[in-house]
Design a protein around this ligand. Sequence first.
Ligand code: 13P
Length: 210
Amino acid sequence: MNEAALREAIVETGRSLFARGYAVGTAGNISARLGDGFLVTPTNSCLGTLDAARLARLDARFHHVAGDKPSKEVFMHRAFYQARPATGAVVHLHSTMATAIACLAQPRERRPIPPLTPYFVMRIGRDLPVIAYFRPGDPAMEAAIAAEAANASAVLLANHGPVVTGATLGDAVAAAEELEEAAKLALLLRAARPRELTPAQIDDLLKTFG
Ligand code: 13P
């Protein structure tokens, strides 16, 4: 995808996420990799009303070179791009159900959401590490995420929300949506004893869908 198309895709993704309630106010941010750098949503912007021309452009070393000031969470995005070179996009949301789990789970927990459905396992993988609480925009978050990112395509920030990656923007958004649904199911079934996928079923999914 060329830069103009990627800019439009970020705007459309933000509009869609906002329209469907995955983002409210100015919460959440999106980034995507270019051949020679990154596009990042501006800080304090509403994902529902992004302007393609004003997205922040960073060079390959994450220096801001054009557009509005980037998200204060650029460190959390950088942690994933550096630890997982195949990452093409990162989506951070405060989506309600995943954030509820992020308020219930203990920091350092690795599986805060049970493996109930195949698409959760296929899109998120085996582990969803819970990162200790950091103030939004705290650069110290980067090292904490980097310590987990090589082995996890997504994390939950304690009392804050999910950060989800993908090879493409579409992949990252689809994974963020699956995570939100899995969190909703986990909360709905919390008092019950739902049947979980077995380790053999999880292995089969990961082997088949990677
Ligand atoms: P930014 O507006 O700086 O992107 O921050 C929003 C957010 O979601 C903080 O976690």
